[in-house]
Design a protein around this ligand. Structure first.
Ligand code: ATP
Ligand code: MG
Length: 404
Protein backbone atom coordinates (compact mmCIF):
# COMPACT_ATOMS: atom_id res chain seq x y z
CA UNK A 1 0.00 0.00 0.00
CA UNK A 2 1.43 3.35 -1.03
CA UNK A 3 1.40 6.21 1.51
CA UNK A 4 1.85 9.86 0.50
CA UNK A 5 2.03 12.61 3.11
CA UNK A 6 1.47 16.25 2.19
CA UNK A 7 3.02 18.95 4.29
CA UNK A 8 4.10 22.58 3.99
CA UNK A 9 3.74 26.00 5.56
CA UNK A 10 0.36 27.02 7.00
CA UNK A 11 -2.29 27.91 4.45
CA UNK A 12 -0.36 27.02 1.27
CA UNK A 13 -2.96 24.48 0.16
CA UNK A 14 -1.94 21.17 1.76
CA UNK A 15 -5.48 19.99 2.41
CA UNK A 16 -6.64 21.03 -1.06
CA UNK A 17 -3.65 19.34 -2.74
CA UNK A 18 -4.00 16.15 -0.70
CA UNK A 19 -7.73 15.94 -1.43
CA UNK A 20 -7.23 16.70 -5.15
CA UNK A 21 -4.54 14.01 -5.41
CA UNK A 22 -6.83 11.52 -3.71
CA UNK A 23 -9.84 12.29 -5.93
CA UNK A 24 -7.69 12.11 -9.06
CA UNK A 25 -6.20 8.74 -8.04
CA UNK A 26 -9.58 7.30 -7.05
CA UNK A 27 -11.14 8.30 -10.36
CA UNK A 28 -8.24 6.59 -12.14
CA UNK A 29 -9.20 3.34 -10.38
CA UNK A 30 -6.83 3.46 -7.38
CA UNK A 31 -8.66 2.54 -4.17
CA UNK A 32 -7.84 5.54 -2.02
CA UNK A 33 -8.19 6.76 1.55
CA UNK A 34 -7.49 10.39 2.34
CA UNK A 35 -6.98 11.11 6.03
CA UNK A 36 -6.12 14.18 8.00
CA UNK A 37 -3.81 14.27 11.01
CA UNK A 38 -4.75 17.91 11.50
CA UNK A 39 -7.20 18.63 14.28
CA UNK A 40 -8.76 21.39 12.13
CA UNK A 41 -11.62 19.81 10.23
CA UNK A 42 -10.77 21.27 6.82
CA UNK A 43 -10.51 17.98 4.93
CA UNK A 44 -14.27 17.47 5.14
CA UNK A 45 -14.77 21.12 4.15
CA UNK A 46 -12.56 20.74 1.06
CA UNK A 47 -14.34 17.55 -0.02
CA UNK A 48 -17.69 19.09 0.79
CA UNK A 49 -18.71 16.15 2.99
CA UNK A 50 -19.25 15.70 6.71
CA UNK A 51 -16.65 13.34 8.13
CA UNK A 52 -18.58 12.38 11.20
CA UNK A 53 -17.49 15.14 13.56
CA UNK A 54 -15.85 14.52 16.86
CA UNK A 55 -17.34 11.16 17.70
CA UNK A 56 -16.85 9.16 14.52
CA UNK A 57 -13.29 8.09 13.70
CA UNK A 58 -14.34 5.75 10.88
CA UNK A 59 -13.66 6.30 7.15
CA UNK A 60 -16.58 7.84 5.22
CA UNK A 61 -17.10 6.90 1.57
CA UNK A 62 -17.04 10.07 -0.53
CA UNK A 63 -17.62 8.35 -3.86
CA UNK A 64 -16.84 4.87 -5.19
CA UNK A 65 -13.13 4.20 -4.67
CA UNK A 66 -12.58 7.17 -2.38
CA UNK A 67 -12.96 7.32 1.39
CA UNK A 68 -11.99 10.05 3.83
CA UNK A 69 -11.13 9.98 7.50
CA UNK A 70 -10.83 12.71 10.07
CA UNK A 71 -8.91 11.56 13.15
CA UNK A 72 -11.22 11.95 16.08
CA UNK A 73 -9.97 13.57 19.28
CA UNK A 74 -8.19 10.86 21.21
CA UNK A 75 -10.11 11.10 24.46
CA UNK A 76 -9.17 7.68 25.78
CA UNK A 77 -5.61 7.65 24.61
CA UNK A 78 -5.24 11.22 25.78
CA UNK A 79 -6.13 10.22 29.31
CA UNK A 80 -3.86 7.19 29.48
CA UNK A 81 -0.95 8.97 27.83
CA UNK A 82 -1.20 11.76 30.35
CA UNK A 83 -1.06 9.18 33.15
CA UNK A 84 2.13 7.73 31.69
CA UNK A 85 3.59 11.15 31.01
CA UNK A 86 2.93 12.26 34.58
CA UNK A 87 4.40 9.08 35.90
CA UNK A 88 7.58 9.43 33.87
CA UNK A 89 8.00 12.99 34.99
CA UNK A 90 7.50 12.05 38.64
CA UNK A 91 10.16 9.35 38.37
CA UNK A 92 12.45 11.83 36.77
CA UNK A 93 11.83 14.14 39.64
CA UNK A 94 12.65 11.69 42.41
CA UNK A 95 15.41 9.38 41.20
CA UNK A 96 18.73 10.34 39.77
CA UNK A 97 17.93 9.75 36.14
CA UNK A 98 20.73 10.13 33.63
CA UNK A 99 20.70 13.77 32.52
CA UNK A 100 20.77 12.59 28.92
CA UNK A 101 17.50 10.75 29.42
CA UNK A 102 16.11 13.72 31.28
CA UNK A 103 16.91 15.93 28.33
CA UNK A 104 15.14 13.61 25.90
CA UNK A 105 12.20 13.41 28.28
CA UNK A 106 11.51 17.09 28.07
CA UNK A 107 10.50 16.39 24.47
CA UNK A 108 7.69 14.03 25.38
CA UNK A 109 5.07 14.09 22.65
CA UNK A 110 1.37 14.78 22.87
CA UNK A 111 -1.54 12.41 22.74
CA UNK A 112 -3.08 13.77 19.52
CA UNK A 113 0.08 12.99 17.61
CA UNK A 114 0.29 9.45 18.93
CA UNK A 115 -3.37 8.86 18.11
CA UNK A 116 -2.85 10.05 14.51
CA UNK A 117 0.12 7.75 14.02
CA UNK A 118 -1.69 4.75 15.48
CA UNK A 119 -4.63 5.40 13.16
CA UNK A 120 -2.30 5.59 10.16
CA UNK A 121 -0.73 2.31 11.19
CA UNK A 122 -4.05 0.56 11.53
CA UNK A 123 -5.27 1.85 8.14
CA UNK A 124 -2.05 0.77 6.42
CA UNK A 125 -2.03 -2.64 8.09
CA UNK A 126 -5.66 -3.56 7.73
CA UNK A 127 -7.38 -1.10 5.39
CA UNK A 128 -8.48 -2.19 1.88
CA UNK A 129 -6.64 0.71 0.16
CA UNK A 130 -4.06 0.89 -2.62
CA UNK A 131 -3.17 4.42 -1.61
CA UNK A 132 -3.37 6.37 1.64
CA UNK A 133 -3.05 10.14 1.24
CA UNK A 134 -2.28 11.98 4.47
CA UNK A 135 -3.12 15.65 4.88
CA UNK A 136 -0.71 16.82 7.57
CA UNK A 137 -0.66 19.84 9.84
CA UNK A 138 1.75 22.70 9.04
CA UNK A 139 5.44 21.86 8.83
CA UNK A 140 6.64 22.22 12.41
CA UNK A 141 3.93 19.96 13.79
CA UNK A 142 4.41 17.46 10.99
CA UNK A 143 8.11 17.21 11.69
CA UNK A 144 7.36 16.60 15.34
CA UNK A 145 4.84 13.95 14.34
CA UNK A 146 7.15 12.15 11.94
CA UNK A 147 10.14 12.22 14.27
CA UNK A 148 8.01 10.84 17.05
CA UNK A 149 8.02 7.06 16.52
CA UNK A 150 11.78 6.85 16.65
CA UNK A 151 12.10 9.31 19.52
CA UNK A 152 9.37 7.62 21.53
CA UNK A 153 10.85 4.17 21.00
CA UNK A 154 14.10 5.69 22.28
CA UNK A 155 12.48 6.97 25.47
CA UNK A 156 10.61 3.79 26.13
CA UNK A 157 13.57 1.52 25.58
CA UNK A 158 15.59 3.47 28.12
CA UNK A 159 12.88 3.97 30.67
CA UNK A 160 11.14 0.64 30.74
CA UNK A 161 14.05 -1.52 31.88
CA UNK A 162 14.71 1.06 34.57
CA UNK A 163 11.12 0.88 35.73
CA UNK A 164 11.08 -2.88 35.74
CA UNK A 165 14.29 -2.77 37.72
CA UNK A 166 12.69 -0.41 40.16
CA UNK A 167 9.68 -2.63 40.62
CA UNK A 168 11.87 -5.65 41.25
CA UNK A 169 14.46 -4.15 43.54
CA UNK A 170 12.43 -1.74 45.58
CA UNK A 171 9.73 -3.23 47.73
CA UNK A 172 6.77 -0.88 47.80
CA UNK A 173 7.49 0.19 51.38
CA UNK A 174 11.12 0.91 50.56
CA UNK A 175 10.06 2.72 47.44
CA UNK A 176 7.63 4.84 49.38
CA UNK A 177 10.33 5.62 51.92
CA UNK A 178 12.67 6.61 49.12
CA UNK A 179 9.90 8.67 47.57
CA UNK A 180 10.03 6.77 44.27
CA UNK A 181 6.62 6.34 42.69
CA UNK A 182 5.95 2.91 41.25
CA UNK A 183 4.25 2.52 37.90
CA UNK A 184 1.10 0.47 38.08
CA UNK A 185 0.57 -2.42 35.71
CA UNK A 186 -1.54 -0.23 33.42
CA UNK A 187 1.34 2.16 32.89
CA UNK A 188 3.80 -0.59 32.04
CA UNK A 189 1.34 -2.31 29.72
CA UNK A 190 0.36 0.84 27.90
CA UNK A 191 3.96 1.80 27.38
CA UNK A 192 5.02 -1.65 26.17
CA UNK A 193 2.14 -1.72 23.69
CA UNK A 194 2.96 1.71 22.29
CA UNK A 195 6.59 0.81 22.00
CA UNK A 196 5.73 -2.07 19.68
CA UNK A 197 3.28 0.02 17.67
CA UNK A 198 5.71 2.92 17.33
CA UNK A 199 8.25 0.54 15.84
CA UNK A 200 5.62 -0.50 13.27
CA UNK A 201 4.81 3.12 12.47
CA UNK A 202 8.47 3.94 11.98
CA UNK A 203 8.86 1.00 9.64
CA UNK A 204 5.87 2.18 7.59
CA UNK A 205 7.03 5.80 7.43
CA UNK A 206 10.57 5.00 6.36
CA UNK A 207 9.70 2.08 4.07
CA UNK A 208 9.84 2.12 0.28
CA UNK A 209 6.08 2.67 0.01
CA UNK A 210 6.00 6.02 1.82
CA UNK A 211 6.99 9.46 0.61
CA UNK A 212 6.40 13.06 1.57
CA UNK A 213 5.36 15.81 -0.86
CA UNK A 214 6.04 19.44 -0.07
CA UNK A 215 3.32 21.92 -0.91
CA UNK A 216 4.43 25.51 -1.30
CA UNK A 217 3.52 28.76 -3.01
CA UNK A 218 6.06 30.54 -5.21
CA UNK A 219 6.99 33.15 -2.61
CA UNK A 220 10.45 33.58 -1.19
CA UNK A 221 9.53 33.14 2.46
CA UNK A 222 7.60 29.98 1.72
CA UNK A 223 10.34 28.55 -0.50
CA UNK A 224 12.94 29.24 2.20
CA UNK A 225 10.90 27.33 4.77
CA UNK A 226 10.33 24.45 2.36
CA UNK A 227 14.06 24.14 1.75
CA UNK A 228 14.65 23.76 5.48
CA UNK A 229 11.81 21.24 5.68
CA UNK A 230 13.43 19.10 3.01
CA UNK A 231 16.65 19.01 5.01
CA UNK A 232 14.86 18.20 8.27
CA UNK A 233 12.75 15.46 6.72
CA UNK A 234 15.89 13.89 5.29
CA UNK A 235 17.56 14.06 8.67
CA UNK A 236 14.78 11.87 10.07
CA UNK A 237 15.08 9.46 7.15
CA UNK A 238 12.00 10.46 5.14
CA UNK A 239 11.98 10.72 1.37
CA UNK A 240 10.53 13.75 -0.39
CA UNK A 241 9.52 12.61 -3.89
CA UNK A 242 7.80 15.71 -5.32
CA UNK A 243 7.21 19.40 -4.76
CA UNK A 244 3.82 20.97 -5.50
CA UNK A 245 3.79 24.70 -6.26
CA UNK A 246 0.28 25.93 -5.57
CA UNK A 247 -1.59 29.15 -6.36
CA UNK A 248 0.29 30.09 -9.50
CA UNK A 249 -1.55 32.99 -11.17
CA UNK A 250 -2.42 32.61 -14.84
CA UNK A 251 -0.12 34.62 -17.06
CA UNK A 252 -1.73 38.04 -17.48
CA UNK A 253 0.21 38.91 -20.64
CA UNK A 254 -1.02 35.81 -22.44
CA UNK A 255 -4.65 36.67 -21.64
CA UNK A 256 -4.57 40.38 -22.21
CA UNK A 257 -4.33 40.23 -26.00
CA UNK A 258 -3.83 43.68 -27.43
CA UNK A 259 -4.44 45.34 -24.03
CA UNK A 260 -1.75 46.07 -21.50
CA UNK A 261 -2.04 43.61 -18.63
CA UNK A 262 -2.89 45.25 -15.34
CA UNK A 263 0.23 46.21 -13.43
CA UNK A 264 -0.70 44.38 -10.24
CA UNK A 265 -1.13 41.07 -12.06
CA UNK A 266 1.97 41.59 -14.20
CA UNK A 267 4.05 42.26 -11.12
CA UNK A 268 2.79 39.09 -9.39
CA UNK A 269 3.35 37.07 -12.56
CA UNK A 270 6.96 38.23 -12.70
CA UNK A 271 7.56 37.53 -9.01
CA UNK A 272 5.97 34.08 -9.25
CA UNK A 273 8.04 33.19 -12.32
CA UNK A 274 11.15 34.06 -10.34
CA UNK A 275 9.83 31.96 -7.48
CA UNK A 276 9.31 29.01 -9.83
CA UNK A 277 12.89 29.28 -11.06
CA UNK A 278 14.07 29.28 -7.45
CA UNK A 279 11.93 26.23 -6.67
CA UNK A 280 13.33 24.30 -9.63
CA UNK A 281 16.88 25.20 -8.63
CA UNK A 282 16.38 24.44 -4.94
CA UNK A 283 14.67 21.13 -5.49
CA UNK A 284 16.67 20.04 -8.53
CA UNK A 285 16.13 16.36 -9.17
CA UNK A 286 12.58 16.31 -7.77
CA UNK A 287 9.47 16.54 -9.97
CA UNK A 288 7.87 19.98 -9.62
CA UNK A 289 4.07 20.02 -10.01
CA UNK A 290 2.56 23.43 -10.79
CA UNK A 291 -1.03 24.10 -9.67
CA UNK A 292 -2.91 27.14 -11.00
CA UNK A 293 -4.67 29.60 -8.73
CA UNK A 294 -8.31 28.93 -9.60
CA UNK A 295 -10.80 31.80 -9.68
CA UNK A 296 -12.67 30.23 -6.75
CA UNK A 297 -12.09 27.77 -3.92
CA UNK A 298 -12.06 24.19 -5.20
CA UNK A 299 -14.68 22.60 -2.94
CA UNK A 300 -16.09 19.16 -3.57
CA UNK A 301 -14.76 16.13 -5.47
CA UNK A 302 -15.53 17.48 -8.97
CA UNK A 303 -13.79 20.81 -8.37
CA UNK A 304 -10.81 18.99 -6.85
CA UNK A 305 -10.63 16.64 -9.84
CA UNK A 306 -10.58 19.71 -12.12
CA UNK A 307 -7.79 21.20 -10.05
CA UNK A 308 -5.75 17.98 -10.35
CA UNK A 309 -6.37 17.93 -14.10
CA UNK A 310 -5.14 21.53 -14.38
CA UNK A 311 -1.83 20.68 -12.70
CA UNK A 312 1.29 20.70 -14.85
CA UNK A 313 4.03 18.13 -14.39
CA UNK A 314 2.49 15.14 -12.70
CA UNK A 315 4.02 12.91 -10.05
CA UNK A 316 3.08 9.26 -9.99
CA UNK A 317 1.17 8.03 -6.96
CA UNK A 318 1.88 4.30 -7.03
CA UNK A 319 5.53 3.63 -7.93
CA UNK A 320 7.77 2.65 -5.02
CA UNK A 321 10.08 5.19 -3.44
CA UNK A 322 13.83 5.18 -3.90
CA UNK A 323 15.51 5.51 -0.54
CA UNK A 324 19.00 6.81 -0.06
CA UNK A 325 19.12 6.35 3.67
CA UNK A 326 22.00 6.02 6.06
CA UNK A 327 24.90 3.97 4.71
CA UNK A 328 28.21 2.86 6.17
CA UNK A 329 31.22 2.07 4.00
CA UNK A 330 34.56 0.62 4.98
CA UNK A 331 37.62 2.59 3.90
CA UNK A 332 41.39 2.09 4.29
CA UNK A 333 41.41 4.20 7.44
CA UNK A 334 38.16 3.04 9.01
CA UNK A 335 34.55 3.77 8.06
CA UNK A 336 32.52 6.53 6.46
CA UNK A 337 28.88 6.97 7.47
CA UNK A 338 26.77 8.84 4.92
CA UNK A 339 23.38 10.47 5.44
CA UNK A 340 21.60 12.42 2.68
CA UNK A 341 20.95 15.97 3.95
CA UNK A 342 19.92 18.02 0.93
CA UNK A 343 20.51 21.78 1.20
CA UNK A 344 22.17 21.51 4.62
CA UNK A 345 24.92 23.98 5.49
CA UNK A 346 27.87 23.06 7.66
CA UNK A 347 27.12 26.09 9.85
CA UNK A 348 23.70 24.68 10.89
CA UNK A 349 25.02 21.26 11.64
CA UNK A 350 25.93 19.77 14.99
CA UNK A 351 27.39 16.37 15.81
CA UNK A 352 27.75 14.90 19.25
CA UNK A 353 29.03 11.45 20.15
CA UNK A 354 27.33 9.84 23.14
CA UNK A 355 28.51 6.31 23.90
CA UNK A 356 27.02 4.14 21.17
CA UNK A 357 24.99 7.00 19.70
CA UNK A 358 25.60 9.89 17.36
CA UNK A 359 23.37 12.92 17.82
CA UNK A 360 22.98 14.86 14.57
CA UNK A 361 21.50 18.35 14.86
CA UNK A 362 20.34 20.54 11.99
CA UNK A 363 19.01 23.86 13.26
CA UNK A 364 16.51 22.97 15.98
CA UNK A 365 16.02 19.42 14.71
CA UNK A 366 17.96 16.52 15.98
CA UNK A 367 18.13 12.81 15.52
CA UNK A 368 19.71 10.28 17.81
CA UNK A 369 21.33 7.60 15.65
CA UNK A 370 22.30 4.34 17.28
CA UNK A 371 25.62 3.46 15.70
CA UNK A 372 26.11 0.08 14.05
CA UNK A 373 28.31 -2.27 16.10
CA UNK A 374 31.44 -1.67 14.01
CA UNK A 375 31.19 2.09 14.51
CA UNK A 376 30.62 1.82 18.25
CA UNK A 377 34.26 0.78 18.56
CA UNK A 378 35.44 3.77 16.56
CA UNK A 379 36.00 7.44 17.25
CA UNK A 380 34.74 10.23 15.03
CA UNK A 381 37.65 11.68 13.10
CA UNK A 382 35.85 14.33 11.13
CA UNK A 383 32.71 15.27 9.23
CA UNK A 384 31.68 17.24 6.17
CA UNK A 385 28.54 18.22 4.26
CA UNK A 386 28.88 18.39 0.51
CA UNK A 387 26.49 17.81 -2.41
CA UNK A 388 23.63 17.22 0.00
CA UNK A 389 25.45 14.46 1.86
CA UNK A 390 26.66 14.40 5.44
CA UNK A 391 29.80 12.27 5.70
CA UNK A 392 31.16 11.28 9.10
CA UNK A 393 34.56 9.61 9.19
CA UNK A 394 35.25 7.06 11.89
CA UNK A 395 38.58 5.49 12.76
CA UNK A 396 39.10 2.50 15.08
CA UNK A 397 39.54 3.48 18.71
CA UNK A 398 43.07 2.33 19.61
CA UNK A 399 41.97 1.56 23.15
CA UNK A 400 39.29 -0.95 22.26
CA UNK A 401 40.51 -2.06 18.87
CA UNK A 402 44.30 -1.99 18.62
CA UNK A 403 45.74 -1.88 15.13
CA UNK A 404 46.82 -5.43 14.11
N1 ATP B 1 -5.07 26.35 -6.32
C1 ATP B 1 -6.03 26.97 -5.61
N2 ATP B 1 -6.91 27.81 -6.21
C2 ATP B 1 -7.86 28.43 -5.49
N3 ATP B 1 -8.04 28.29 -4.17
C3 ATP B 1 -7.19 27.48 -3.51
C4 ATP B 1 -6.15 26.78 -4.18
N4 ATP B 1 -5.48 26.04 -3.26
C5 ATP B 1 -6.06 26.27 -2.08
N5 ATP B 1 -7.09 27.13 -2.21
C6 ATP B 1 -7.96 27.63 -1.13
O1 ATP B 1 -7.10 28.23 -0.15
C7 ATP B 1 -7.57 27.96 1.17
C8 ATP B 1 -6.50 27.25 1.99
O2 ATP B 1 -6.22 26.00 1.40
P1 ATP B 1 -5.98 24.69 2.29
O3 ATP B 1 -6.99 24.58 3.36
O4 ATP B 1 -5.84 23.56 1.34
O5 ATP B 1 -4.56 25.08 2.90
P2 ATP B 1 -3.74 24.28 4.03
O6 ATP B 1 -2.31 24.40 3.64
O7 ATP B 1 -4.28 22.93 4.21
O8 ATP B 1 -4.03 25.18 5.29
P3 ATP B 1 -3.71 24.82 6.84
O9 ATP B 1 -2.25 25.13 7.03
O10 ATP B 1 -4.61 25.74 7.58
O11 ATP B 1 -4.02 23.38 7.01
C9 ATP B 1 -8.82 27.15 1.00
O12 ATP B 1 -9.91 28.02 1.05
C10 ATP B 1 -8.69 26.54 -0.40
O13 ATP B 1 -9.95 26.28 -0.99
MG1 MG C 1 -5.01 21.98 5.97
Amino acid sequence: MRVILFTGKGGVGKTTTAAATAVHAARAGVKTLVMSTDAAHSLGDALGVGLGGASSGAPVEVEPGLSALQISPPHLLGESWRVVQDYLLSVLDTVGIDPVVAEELTRLPGAEEIAALLELRSQVESGPWDLVVVDCAPTAETLRLLALPEALAWHLERLLPAQRGLIRTLRPAAAAAAGVPLPDVAVVEAVTGWQRQMRDVHRILTGDQTSVRLVLTPERVVIAESRRTWTSLSLYGFVVDAVVVNRVFPDAAAEAGPHTPDAWRASWNAAQQEGLVEVRESFAGLPVVVTPYLPSEPIGADALADLAAAQEGGADVLSPVTHRGLTVEQTDEGFVMTLPLPLAHAADLGLQRRDDELVVTVGEHRRVLTLPAALQRCVVEGASVRDGLLRVRFVPDEEVWPRG
